[in-house]
Design a protein around this ligand. Structure first.
Ligand code: ADP
Ligand code: MG
Length: 466
């Protein structure tokens, strides 16, 4: 078995796992785990200690199995968890206390790395070194954004400030954002760069407020030469964070420091964004990335194969993959990894036919399936990390009542269930409760971008069956 493919396999499985459990649990339990071998339908996962082994085995075995099977596109008969004491132990699981104010001044750098998850392999600046200009394949859809990003690296803080990149998921926004950071650091290792997701910025800000460390927070964010903020659309609806970001931005801008921002939509389409922040975003350079065309998709696949030393895929096979997977680059990479893993697992030489077979199940998984109310309930419960009895139970606690209403809403919109059926399925409630829930959620959705994104994520999980 080839070492690379074990890593690829686990990365692919982790990618799915990450979507199906809460972020805190994911980081806690899957940090420092890896696949140490896989053959003949048997996968060995190395974990750092016996406690993690016990916990993962008990709680996550079936999701792990599902994710591995999906990644391999083959049945996994047996999963063994083996303790590898050379691995660093994970932090304790998140508890209520961990939400309490921190006592000492937080270690920002460490926090940034931990937040983004060590699995993504980011360095102290929050950058992943593999995202470079060198391995970014330029195509029609990304030409402009790529050229603009390069221009930013030529004259940081001068010409294009802020630089705002927007585009759909998996099209290379994060890659370009990080490439700017990596290039500038390469030129000047003394540069103070910081790359965070909007979520990290928000969390840092909130914990600074709670712990009374706002000065440290400001010192940290306002003293950098380069601030890279990923997925800024998540700032919607968070007034305090918007205000703080506005001041952070102004401080950096006035000091001639470069700011680069990504978003899944242009500034004008980010709902509930303060006008003054929107106009800041619009005063620099805005570039969008759109989906790559066929030729670019082939070039991307070729480049990824070279990167990994996969020489077994012929040009015809690559062209077929590129032709089949048209959505985005992330999916394209996912399909490629799956094909490689599948063929290595069975020790097969990939042919157009065998790859087509793997791709057929890949697109089947992506196609909409008919969903049952039970599956929907299960998915929502999993998404919010709730237990099904609680979700269907009587408690009106917000952390249960809101997901319950979301379930009812999705049952109406996705499954087209009648209100009485919805009431029945949701623990025998009256149909008026279902009507009220659906009305409420559609109302909230009008202004709450975050909920909209949650809905998308739940639906994605629902239809991909992860
Ligand atoms: P986004 O942030 O837009 O959702 P990412 O930057 O995370 O997308 O890209 C998804 C994956 O696809 C990453 O692994 C990235 O390296 C790869 N990728 C995206 N665009 C390109 C490209 N033009 N050339 C090479 N790899 C790309
Ligand atoms: Mg991204």
């Amino acid at each position: 078995m080839n070492q690379m493919s074990a890593i690829q396999l686990w990365q692919a499985a982790l990618g799915e796992l990450e979507l199906s459990i809460s972020k805190a649990n994911f980081t806690t339990w899957f940090k420092n785990t890896f696949v140490s071998s896989f053959e003949n339908g048997r996968v060995v996962i190395s974990v750092p200690n016996a406690f993690t082994k016990l916990y993962i085995e008990k709680r996550y075995h079936s999701v792990i199995q599902k994710s591995l099977q999906n990644a391999l596109n083959a049945p996994v008969r047996e999963i063994l968890y083996s303790v590898d004491s050379r691995l660093p132990a994970p932090e304790p699981p998140p508890t209520r206390e961990s939400l309490a104010p921190v006592q000492a001044a937080p270690n920002w750098k460490a926090a940034a790395v931990a937040e983004s998850g060590t699995l993504s392999g980011t360095n102290e600046f929050g950058l992943r070194q593999s995202y470079t200009f060198e391995n970014f394949i330029v195509g029609k859809g990304s030409e402009l954004a790529h050229a603009a990003a390069l221009a930013v690296t030529e004259h940081p803080g001068v010409k294009y400030n802020p630089f705002f990149i927007h585009g759909g998921v998996g099209l290379g926004k994060t890659h370009l954002l990080q490439a700017v950071g990596n290039r500038l650091l390469e030129r000047n290792p003394e540069l103070k760069a910081l790359c965070v997701t909007c979520e990290q910025f928000t969390n840092d800000f909130i914990s600074a407020l709670r712990s009374g460390h706002t000065k440290e927070f400001r010192d940290r964010y306002r003293s950098v030469d380069l601030l890279l903020v990923d997925d800024i659309q998540f700032i919607t609806g968070k007034e305090g964070t918007q205000e703080e970001f506005f001041h952070t931005f102004n401080a950096l801008y006035q000091a001639g420091k470069q700011v680069v921002i990504t978003s899944d939509r242009p500034p004008k389409s980010i709902g509930t964004l303060e006008e003054r922040l929107r106009s800041r975003f619009e005063m620099g350079l805005i570039a969008d990335i759109s989906a790559p065309d066929l030729e670019t998709r082939i070039a991307i696949l070729t480049s990824k194969c070279q990167e990994h030393g996969w020489s077994m895929l012929s040009r015809d096979v690559l062209a077929m993959i590129a032709d089949t997977v048209q959505t985005n680059v992330r999916e394209l990479e996912g399909a490629l990894n799956k094909i490689i893993a599948h063929h290595e697992f069975y020790n097969l030489q990939p042919t157009v036919e065998s790859v087509r077979e793997v791709l057929a199940t890949f697109s089947q998984n992506q196609a909409k399936k008919s969903i049952t109310p039970k599956q929907l309930i299960h998915t929502v419960a999993g998404y919010f990390d709730l237990n099904i009895d609680d979700l269907l139970g009587k408690s009106r606690e917000k952390k249960l009542a809101f997901p319950r209403q979301i379930t009812m809403y999705l049952m109406r919109t996705e499954l087209k269930s009648s209100f009485p059926t919805i009431g029945d399925e949701l623990g025998g409630r009256d149909h008026t409760t279902a009507i009220h829930a659906c009305e409420k959620i559609s109302k909230v959705l009008e202004n709450d971008e975050r909920l909209r994104l949650d809905m998308e994520a739940i639906k994605e999980r629902l239809y991909t069956g992860i």
